[in-house]
Design a protein around this ligand. Structure first.
Ligand code: ARG
Length: 498
């Protein structure tokens, strides 16, 4: 339809190669919205009569109700298909005016931005829900004592709540990032034309307001050819996915027979065609692989953009797939992780057993020696290390609790530390994983009393986020209503007031 100077139609293979029509289904709704805002403005600056506007809008609404009836064959993209349908249905005298003062270059990026805005709001809601669930699960697991790991080796005693709170905190940062990105997405490129604007008195502020944008991307080159918000969005999505992937990795490890700390509900476990005993955490494994796909998508977008000349080039079309698939991936991944955590079975007994037999209590004992017995930390470190070493070689049991008075006095003597062995024996005897975490004083450590306060604070912050995102959703929804209302208002005006 756009071939005015060409003597020949586009070659079929070339058309198939360059067409984005199949993936553009995702923006059909947004293209119609954007077109409605544009024709309202064209009517306002008297480039469209009221009757023409009504004819165009009625046909657009018809397509919206029956998207399956939109002819797509032979078109380069949804913009061309829509305009062609309008012309076919209502004639070129009216339908042929819809693209006045507009180009696909400002149109497509407007569609992408208003879709991205909806997606962003949905993702913030999903993140909020996941954090809310994590906080509830933290509350339920304050007494689920377990070792904390560094280098995947038992490090210090903690509780399961502590891991869940760690994920909550990092996911709340993601919410924060999403909010700040929203402002940069919600700027209107519409009316910038192909690259340099138009001689028509296009009212860009009016279309921006109708579409619920906060302001304009002013410069017409920047408006049509910048995609930095995509880089940011997919980078933020990558960051969320990396967190989800690390959660998945923890869950996969902890649900193995060797750990047995948690069990993934049957409804989220896959199996083997051969080994009847298998219960595999496949959905979580796919979170890891999909994270890789998103990171790949980010790289695709970055490399597509990096050496484009300014102004629109068709390369930009190829940013849509990596962008939209990343959005779909993060959204389905958030859903799955939410489901898995909601139905997770926590084996508190197994966690407790691992904690009771663990040397992860070693640092707590060393700290007691420093605090109560004025031993320099480096010496306490060496002393407890030597005790661990002795305990590891014992036959009856390997925990520090199996050390006898004489084992202890031997170590003290060897290290020339003047301390009654009975005292050290008492310290070890009195220690327990529960006491260890209850005694933690530093901010953010897994003392349950501290965690209760943390949960309360996080809930307050989350409430604020819920309120803020709700407000954004309301604004966006009301802009959609506003377009319909404005059209209805124009329809009721007498034709003389066109
Ligand atoms: N299908 C194109 C895209 O997705 C629309 C813009 C095409 N513009 C052009 N001048 N070829 O980016």
């Amino acid at each position: 339809m756009y071939r005015s100077r060409h003597k020949q139609d586009l070659d079929r293979r070339a058309l198939n190669f360059l067409s984005s029509i199949d993936i553009d289904d995702k923006i059909l709704y947004y293209d119609i919205l954007c077109t409605k805002a544009h024709v309202i403005m064209l009517h306002d600056i008297r480039l469209l009569s009221k009757d023409e506007l009504v004819e165009i809008v009625n046909e657009l609404d018809h397509i919206l109700r029956h998207p399956e009836k939109l002819a797509k064959e032979g078109f380069e993209d949804i913009h061309e298909a829509l305009e062609a349908q309008l012309i076919r249905k209502i004639g070129v005298d009216v339908g042929g005016k819809v693209q006045t003062g507009r180009s696909r270059n400002d149109q497509v990026i407007t569609d992408i931005r208003i879709k991205a805005r909806d997606d962003l709001i949905d993702i913030i809601f999903q993140l909020n829900n996941l954090v809310r669930l994590l906080l509830q699960k933290s509350e339920e697991n304050l007494n689920s004592i377990m070792p904390l790991y560094t280098h995947l080796q038992q490090a210090q005693i903690g509780n399961f709540a502590h891991y869940l709170l760690a994920y909550s905190e990092s996911l709340m940062r993601e919410i924060d990032r999403m909010f700040s990105l929203y402002n940069r997405i919600n700027q209107s490129p519409l009316g910038a034309g192909p690259i340099g604007g138009s001689i028509f008195p296009i009212d860009r502020k009016m279309t921006a307001k109708l579409l619920g944008f906060d302001n304009l991307i002013s410069n017409t080159i920047d408006a049509t050819s910048s995609r930095d918000f995509m880089i940011e969005f997919v980078s933020d999505i990558s960051s969320i996915m990396i967190t989800l992937s690390r959660i998945a990795e923890d869950m996969i490890i902890w649900s193995s027979q060797e750990f047995g700390f948690i069990e993934i509900h049957d409804k989220h476990a896959s199996t083997s065609s051969a080994m009847p005993q298998k219960k595999n955490p496949d959905p979580l494994e796919l979170i890891r692989s999909k994270t890789a796909i998103v990171i790949g998508n980010l790289t695709s977008i970055l490399t597509i953009l990096k050496s484009l000349p300014s102004g629109y080039s068709r390369d930009l079309q190829d940013t849509k797939v990596p962008f939209w698939t990343s959005v779909d991936i993060v959204s389905s991944s958030l859903e799955i992780v939410d489901d898995v955590i909601a139905s997770l079975i926590v084996n508190k007994d197994v966690m407790a057993k691992a904690s009771n037999t663990s040397y992860a209590i070693a640092l707590d004992i060393a700290e007691v020696l420093v605090m109560n017995h004025k031993i320099p930390f480096r010496i306490a470190h060496k002393l407890v290390g030597a005790l661990v070493n002795t305990a590891m070689n014992k036959k009856d049991g390997k925990s520090l609790k199996y050390l006898s008075n004489s084992d202890i006095s031997e170590v003290l003597e060897k290290m020339k530390i003047k301390m009654p062995p009975g005292k050290l024996f008492q310290i070890i005897e009195n220690s327990s994983p529960q006491k260890s975490i209850a005694n933690r004083r530093s901010e953010g450590s897994p003392a349950p009393q501290k965690q209760i306060k943390t949960i309360k604070n996080y809930r307050l912050l989350l409430e604020k986020y819920f309120y803020e995102v709700g407000k954004k959703k309301k604004n966006v929804d009301s802009s959609k209503d506003n377009i319909t209302n404005t059209i209805n208002l124009i329809k009721t005006k007498p034709s003389s007031q066109q």
